[in-house]
Design a protein around this ligand. Structure first.
Ligand SMILES: C[S@@+](CC[C@H](N)C(=O)[O-])C[C@H]1O[C@@H](n2cnc3c(N)ncnc32)[C@H](O)[C@@H]1O
Length: 271
């Protein structure tokens, strides 16, 4: 897929997913968010940039640690995600956080301006994630930290079939490189190429829990990266895609619902 087309699919797809996002994913992503935040080692007064921030699930938690002297710029490609983030910050009367629509591969900030740059579950969606890492390196102050989280290896993510199920119905790859960065130690190389030192990789296993097949389908089809392709399916195609997904996750059915295995990879480096 051409990089600009991938950006458009992401931008408008996440616009569609935005209103479902927190309900679908906040709990499921918590283990990755917790470890990313712990690894970020936020200091009081830190200046932070959070890329592909979505509705700000990580941004608000990082800002809380940076305190009133800190500030955070949360950027994302999707207007709808940004709108939700801005509404939440206004409701909380926070003046030291700003949400801005921006491509993570092209950051509109001067060099050497942040203590911490984060990107939670975003790199997999960028056409060229190495550009985003180079940008993170550029905007960090010397000694600044970069911390990212991506999904792990395809074989350890029990929901991975969502992509081929959708791709074959639109004859394209919605997220062509989705699992690449989560395999083995692959993510180390774009960190190194961007100029980071002291690179550390941590992997954690997780379980995505859904009470029903409906809930599992809604999270994956409505609240995530395939939302745009799925929204264009007619009723029959939607039904068929859901049926196929349910059949493929059947092996993860327990007496509590669905317990689907997953893996996260947290990578950090110092400028
Ligand atoms: C899974 S969500 C993660 C949101 C948030 N970081 C979190 O962990 O809850 C992925 C986000 O990546 C954003 N995204 C995708 N491609 C992007 C790009 N090229 N630049 C900036 N954001 C992008 C999407 O709009 C979406 O909000």
């Amino acid at each position: 897929m051409h990089p600009n087309l991938q950006r458009r699919v992401q931008r408008y797809g996440w616009d569609k997913a935005a209103s479902y996002y927190e309900n679908s994913w906040q709990e499921q992503l918590k283990p990755a968010h917790d470890l990313l935040i712990e690894t970020s080692n936020v200091q009081y007064g830190d200046h932070i940039i959070d890329l592909a921030a979505g509705t700000g699930l990580v941004s608000f938690r990082l800002l809380e640690k940076a305190g009133e002297k800190g500030n955070l710029l949360a950027t994302d490609l999707s207007d709808e995600m940004i709108n939700i983030g801005n509404t939440l910050s206004q409701l909380a009367k926070l003046e030291n956080i700003k949400f801005k629509r921006e491509d993570a591969e092209n950051i509109d900030s001067v060099s050497n301006s942040y203590d911490l740059a984060t990107c939670a579950l975003g790199l997999m969606y960028f056409p060229e994630p190495e550009n985003a890492l180079s940008e993170m390196h550029r905007v960090l102050k010397p000694g600044g930290r970069a911390v990212t989280a991506v999904w792990g290896s395809r074989k350890n993510c029990g929901w991975a079939d969502i992509f081929p199920i959708v791709d074959k119905r639109v004859n394209t790859d919605v997220c062509p490189m989705f699992f690449n960065l989560g395999e083995s130690e692959v993510i180390k190389y774009p960190f190194e190429n961007a100029g980071f030192k002291d690179i550390k990789i941590q992997k954690i296993k997780t379980t995505l829990f859904y009470t029903s097949s409906e809930e599992a389908c809604d999270a994956s089809f409505l609240g995530g990266p395939v939302a745009m392709a799925y929204s264009r399916f007619d009723t029959e195609t939607k039904k068929a895609a859901r049926k196929e997904y349910i059949r493929l996750i059947e092996k993860h059915k327990t007496d509590r619902g669905y317990e689907i295995p997953g893996e996260f990879v947290i990578c950090s480096g110092i400028k």
